[in-house]
Design a protein around this ligand. Structure first.
Ligand code: CMP
Length: 138
């Protein structure tokens, strides 16, 4: 069993596809170990994406991530990190496989509807950034 952090980004919430996205995770064998909806501040988004602080898109990315509510989830299952990335599709929706969340819903490389941890190390940091032990209900 493995855990990964998933975010439905502001564009996904605005497009009213929260339920459809969660259904794709569940249909693919990922369970939800924690879930909440929050509106991140600019500072909270900056802290979450601190690894990207030197990238040219850091300012715009953190503006986007703090413009409206997001859904934060901890997904759990066998190979959850890789499985979630497969279900999401490539970062750039133009390169995402048909049937993936980003192919079906993303606007562009920045407003790409979902986030998923890319390694066990980042999953540990990202889950700990948003959830405490009390909130991890399984
Ligand atoms: P995510 O998987 O959350 O990880 C970092 C995010 O930065 C990424 O999804 C996109 O939202 C954004 N991103 C990555 N590359 C670019 C880029 N070239 N231009 C703008 N935003 C980007």
């Amino acid at each position: 069993m493995e855990r990964t952090l998933s975010i439905i980004k502001p564009d996904g919430v605005e497009k009213n596809v929260i339920g459809e996205i969660i259904a794709r995770f569940e249909k693919n064998g990922l369970g939800i170990a924690a879930l909440k909806m929050v509106h991140l501040s600019k500072k909270e988004a900056e802290g979450f994406y601190i690894v990207h602080k030197d990238r040219p898109f850091y300012g715009s990315l953190t503006d986007f991530m703090s413009r409206g509510p997001v859904v934060l989830m901890v997904l759990e299952g066998e190979n959850a990190i890789a499985k979630n990335r497969e279900i999401m599709g490539a970062t750039n929706p133009e390169q995402a496989e048909p049937g993936t969340i980003r192919k079906d819903f993303a606007t562009n490389i920045e407003e790409n509807t979902v986030h998923g941890s890319d390694s066990p190390e980042s999953a540990a940091f990202e889950i700990g950034y948003f959830f405490n032990a009390f909130e991890l209900v399984r």
